[in-house]
Design a protein around this ligand. Structure first.
Ligand SMILES: NC(=O)C1=CN([C@@H]2O[C@H](COP(=O)(O)OP(=O)(O)OC[C@H]3O[C@@H](n4cnc5c(N)ncnc54)[C@H](O)[C@@H]3O)[C@@H](O)[C@H]2O)C=CC1
Ligand SMILES: O=C(O)C1=N[C@H](C(=O)O)C[C@H](O)C1
Length: 256
């Protein structure tokens, strides 16, 4: 007979057959204070979230599914911890409006669950106002469907906000002739370059340049195990943070 933890949080994982979802299933099963009540893959009915009694939903699916999944969870009073990419400003606004009708429900949208990545992005944002130039290089496995990565988008947004608040001008760039894509894409005025290479998992460098010097902030996830402490931290904290939180840093005391 399996031992029941008296205060178990009942957790469902969506995308359970995927690279991240499979890892999250193992992490939830191994956590003494959590109980996995559903592990759903593509094509499974979301009604199983309700019938399983799930209180927490971990969404690790695909950009085209995640919005409907999270809406379903919130409409049924479940807290959601979301690692899936694709949450642009308009999706976030729609979710905030839905959550305003559910004041006790919490949703965490975490572009990256790895603590080191969250720290690297925060440090980069803080440092960026002291440098003339900033560019981001994100490097991932070639099975990733979206580019640039959600982490890079979030990092660029944090950097852009810090630089705007400090009235830092745009990074200098004399390019007048460009083969399409050579300068990457622009996110809030920050150039982002995406590499897809077999052997990689998830990596990012923020390059900060000033006269005669460069600061590079690099983070590497060598294994998806790196994301699991953040997933568990999200599940354990999301109910205490009703409404929408974007970024795991919202649950951490970074003191920055
Ligand atoms: N926040 C973070 O720290 C991390 C986020 N990610 C993001 O998480 C997402 C998943 O990444 P991977 O696991 O590498 O992708 P994956 O492609 O291996 O897994 C996605 C899984 O979701 C399933 N799926 C699609 N629609 C579904 C639905 N409606 N219900 C249930 N399952 C559904 C797919 O069949 C697939 O098995 C991506 O958006 C990725 O960028 C990935 C790693 C870390
Ligand atoms: O698809 C991935 O693998 C990852 N996706 C997230 C992203 O787009 O930032 C998080 C991490 O980089 C891994």
């Amino acid at each position: 007979m399996t031992e029941q933890h008296p205060a178990s949080r009942l957790v469902a994982v969506l995308g359970a057959n995927g690279r991240m979802g499979a890892e999250a299933v193992k992490a939830v099963e191994a956590a003494p204070d959590l109980k996995l009540v559903a592990a759903l893959g593509r094509g499974d009915s979301l009604d199983r979230l309700v019938s399983s009694g799930a209180q927490y939903v971990v969404d690790l699916t695909v950009p085209e599914s995640t919005e409907a999944n999270v809406r379903f969870a919130v409409e049924h009073g479940m807290h959601a911890v979301v690692g899936t990419t694709g949450w642009d400003a308009s999706r976030l606004a729609g979710l905030e409006s839905l959550l305003s009708q559910r004041p006790d429900t919490g949703v965490l949208i975490a572009p990256n669950f790895a603590l080191g990545s969250v720290l690297a992005s925060a440090f980069a944002a803080k440092a960026s106002k002291y440098f003339e130039s900033v560019e981001i290089i994100e490097l991932h496995h070639p099975d990733k469907v979206d580019a640039p990565s959600g982490t890079a988008v979030r990092t660029a947004q944090l950097i852009a906000a810090e630089r705007a608040a400090a009235d830092v001008p745009p990074s200098p760039d004399a390019t007048t002739s460009e083969r399409s894509g050579a300068r990457g894409c622009e996110v809030d005025g920050v150039r982002v370059h995406s590499v897809r290479l077999r052997g990689l998992v998830a990596h990012q460098e923020v390059l900060l340049g000033g006269p005669g010097e460069q600061l590079t902030l690099r983070h590497d996830s060598f294994d998806r195990a790196s994301f699991m402490p953040g997933v568990l931290l999200g599940v354990r904290n999301v109910a205490a943070h009703p409404g929408l939180t974007v970024g795991l840093d919202g649950y951490l005391d970074l003191g920055l």
